[in-house]
Design a binder for this molecule. Structure first.
Ligand code: SF4
Ligand code: SF4
Length: 381
């Protein structure tokens, strides 16, 4: 094995492209990134030469799993021919031993039969943002003119179902749905959704990571929400629907590394790229202080060597005193640095610490039983 390639392959876990920068056709008021208020204007997508340069350099060093995460704004605004170009370039530059994976996060409103067919053909994993049934979803996920987007999203979901695309649902938990866990889960089960994830709503912007965050819900509210949906997930010891947070907890129980960054010991080395080539270490940290370099002006390897990346990676392991002695440190690892009260730079405690302790305690016995069963079954194989 080429040592140089192996070294740099380990320096990058994956890439997240902010495909069209902040452009989006929806105006969800809690969005931490897009500021265009549902009026995207001229689409500023990644330039062809930059796209090719990056894909070539990334696939030259990446061994094994080579994930591409396409986010926005609304990434589908880049157009189908853009993504066709992406898969063509990936095919051209991926060598033996590299397994390219594409995942895209969309608001779902632009998905039609053609998009669904494309996702199916090229095995894209599609994340659709949906906050629950119509009356809940339409509270916050609005078009630029203030109309609810539920019907448009569900039309997109139907196309995905019909084409047999792998998709999951991402739900933001805020003041209007935090006490509706059962209702949301009932709706998801009725819709036969198989994979869902929840993220608590925060009022901050990626462009200003140093500004203290305002949170829409309290740790107690979020903790109660997690306990409520845990029972539905657990389903008397036979989980039927994947809820990302609980799947990750179970992974930690069976001594695997959770895939959610918040629960890992350090932040993963996931490169975030803007269409103008600017590179950052996380989509919550997209300002000059964390600018790692520019893919137009420099090589990927130089970006991976940036001392700023090391600075960023030192944030998460800088644990508060409470975390250092916490009985749940093996499950939580101190959470996300951006959620640590204050600037996120100090070794303070996660805002949602109480929520985590609440769910960790509540689920302990059942998770232990489940983990023992999983491990027992693994031994039989
Ligand atoms: S539960 Fe709270 S104290 Fe424990 S590791 Fe997580 S953030 Fe730290
Ligand atoms: S700062 Fe938070 S969101 Fe960003 S990689 Fe680290 S844990 Fe994940």
């Amino acid at each position: 094995m080429d040592k140089f390639r192996l070294h740099y392959s380990r320096q990058i876990a994956g890439v997240m492209w902010k495909t069209v920068s902040e452009a989006c056709n929806l105006a969800c008021d809690y969005c931490y990134y897009s500021r265009c208020k549902g009026r995207p204007g001229k689409i500023n997508r990644i330039r062809d030469d930059l796209l090719e340069k990056f894909i070539r350099e990334y696939l030259e060093i990446k061994i094994g799993y080579a994930p591409f995460y396409w986010q926005g704004g609304e990434p589908l605004l880049a157009g189908l021919e853009f993504f066709q170009q992406v898969v063509d370039l990936q095919k051209r530059y991926s060598g033996p031993g590299t397994y390219v994976v594409n995942a895209i996060q969309t608001n779902g409103t632009l998905i039609d039969a053609q998009w669904a067919e494309f996702f199916k053909t090229h095995n894209f994993l599609v994340g659709v943002s949906l906050d629950g049934p119509k009356e809940i979803h339409d509270e916050r996920r609005l078009t630029g003119s203030g109309k609810g987007s539920y019907q448009m999203v569900m039309r997109g979901v139907e196309y995905l179902k019909k084409a047999g695309v792998n998709f999951n649902i991402l739900t933001v938990i805020h003041e209007k749905n935090v006490d509706k866990g059962k209702e949301i889960m009932r709706f998801f089960l009725e819709e036969n959704f198989t994979h869902v994830q929840f993220i608590p709503c925060m009022d901050f912007t990626s462009q200003n990571p140093g500004r203290p965050t305002k949170y829409a819900i309290s740790p107690e509210q979020y903790g109660k929400f997690l306990c409520e949906i845990f029972d539905i997930w657990y389903n008397n010891g036979n989980p039927k629907i994947s809820i990302r947070f609980f799947d990750n907890m179970l992974a930690a129980y069976v001594n695997q590394i959770p895939e959610m960054c918040q629960l890992q010991k350090t932040c993963p080395k996931l490169l975030v790229l803007e269409p103008d080539g600017k590179a950052y270490p996380c989509d919550f940290y997209m300002n000059e202080d964390y600018l790692l370099g520019n893919m137009y002006e420099t090589s990927l390897i130089e970006i991976l060597e940036s001392p700023k990346w090391k600075d960023f990676l030192s944030l998460k392991p800088a644990l508060s005193k409470d975390c250092q002695t916490c009985e749940f440190i093996h499950l939580c690892n101190g959470g996300c640095p951006r959620n640590r009260v204050g600037s996120g730079n100090a070794a303070e405690k996660e805002y949602f610490c109480k929520s985590y302790k609440q769910i960790f305690r509540y689920s302990q016995e059942k998770m232990t039983k489940l983990a023992m069963r999983v491990m027992g079954e693994a031994q039989k194989v």
